[in-house]
Ligand binder design. Structure first.
Ligand SMILES: [Fe+2]
Length: 424
């Protein structure tokens, strides 16, 4: 079986290194003073995790200050070893590869994976340990929490193999887990992301579900497409009350760009949609079971406009993209721009005019928006890209996607998942 998740741009690096005073082409703006951290799976030498998503997490960090690139450093997230679920069905949510995202909230840095607890990391990328917010977090935590730019609250959820399948949580601005409530869904859906709007939380109850037979194989990701599960988007008020569920055409969504309420009170959700066939092809590919008959490209920016109990759907563009990002100050609020990573380009969507700009790059990762503080797109995009010598941290002007600077890293950084810019 081809180990697609150990080859090419996904091939892991064998060790932890660091380098100082990195060479730069172009000029780094002095406002870019902080750290860019990006998480992703990086199996140990000789290790085969069975799926791209289940390798141990490694964070690659680049420290920029006053126009210089002070250091690059990569560190595994050193999570607890042991048994994730024992014979009695008891979970140890600290025994997970914390490999998917790295965020900061209340001045603490967390490595996240949706199967378990967050792991706190130091600004120098040392692993501090798992966090359950004083014992209050009793489920896993999504890797895609949403920080409300108005209140500072961190909205998130946990999903699981067994009931409760979905639990909503809210962490206050100062890091206290102040609310947890169960959200009824029909089964163990793999919910990778969700959305918030000004007044609502938006759920994606989609037909990729837990499969016990796959779980007994004890390798890889025990989830598969289910033609019978149906597909629903739900919304509930942040302040409480029931969820309104709206049937949609079956699809899968890993990543939300943004959601908002429009002037008519509709919920407008922009996210990257996979058709059933595209999901199955992609899932086989990253599980090490590629099927040449299956389509593996075709994840596209898509809009659902939800009015009461009906949803209108439209594809916004035909490019294959992933990792949608925005200016996070617009999370849940009206916004004009979405950025994304295409196969060999970074893409900027102007959702008001319909214009699309692109910047060619080899295998770009998620393009993180770093604000300068003016207009919505006044700032930079930061992304890891492949080069002839390995990898660069690419910095683009977010307004016109022109090249600002490239920080030359000491070696190739495998394609990974998500990260953030942590300003000083
Ligand atoms: Fe993700």
């Amino acid at each position: 079986m081809a180990k697609t998740y150990l080859e090419g741009q996904l091939a892991p690096v064998p060790d932890e290194i660091e380098a100082f005073d990195l060479p730069i082409t172009g000029t780094l703006p002095p406002e870019l003073t902080g750290r860019y951290f990006r998480n992703g799976p990086n199996p140990l030498p000789g290790q085969d995790p069975g799926h791209w998503f289940t390798g141990p997490g490694m964070i690659h960090g680049v420290r920029l200050r006053d126009g210089r690139a002070e250091w690059y450093r990569n560190r595994w997230v050193k999570t607890k070893e042991g048994v994730y679920v024992d014979d009695q069905g008891t979970f140890d949510l600290a025994v997970v590869p914390a490999n998917t995202n790295v965020i900061r909230h209340d001045d603490r840095i967390y490595a996240l994976v949706e199967a378990g607890l967050p792991y706190e990391m130091s600004p120098e990328l040392d692993t501090i340990g798992p966090v359950d917010f004083g014992g209050r977090l009793t489920t896993a935590m999504t890797a895609h929490p949403k920080e409300d730019p108005v209140t500072g609250d961190l909205h998130f959820f946990g999903y699981g193999f067994f009931a409760p399948f979905l639990t909503y949580h809210r962490l206050s601005k100062d890091g206290v887990l102040v609310e947890s409530r169960e959200i009824p869904v029909p089964g163990p859906t793999m919910m990778h992301d969700f959305a918030i709007t000004e007044n609502h939380v938006v759920w994606l109850d989609l037909p990729v579900v837990f499969d016990l037979d796959l779980a007994f194989q004890a390798q890889g990701m025990p989830y598969r497409w289910d033609d019978h599960y149906g597909a629903r988007i739900g919304y509930m008020r942040k302040t409480g009350g029931p969820v309104t569920w709206v049937d949609v055409d079956p699809c899968y969504v890993f990543h939300v760009g943004n959601a908002r309420e429009d002037a008519a009170g509709n919920i407008v959700l922009d996210a990257v949609r996979y058709s059933p066939g595209t999901f199955t092809g992609m899932w086989g590919h990253i599980s090490g079971s590629p099927n040449p008959a299956h389509e593996v490209i075709g994840s596209r920016l898509h809009r659902w406009t939800i009015s009461g109990t009906t949803a209108r759907e439209e594809q916004l563009d035909d490019r294959t993209i992933e990792f949608p990002t925005i200016n996070d100050a617009h999370t849940g609020l009206p916004g004009r721009y979405v950025y994304a990573a295409g196969g060999d380009e970074i893409v900027k969507y102007d959702l008001t005019s319909g214009a699309v700009q692109t910047h060619e790059a080899t295998g770009p990762g998620e393009a993180v928006f770093v604000p300068r503080g003016g207009a919505e797109d006044d700032g930079w995009l930061v992304s890891l890209v492949f080069t002839d010598h390995g990898s660069d941290l690419l910095v683009l002007d977010a307004q016109d996607l022109t090249h600002v600077a490239s920080v030359h890293l000491p070696r190739r950084v495998p394609r990974g998942f998500h990260g953030h810019w942590l300003a000083d």
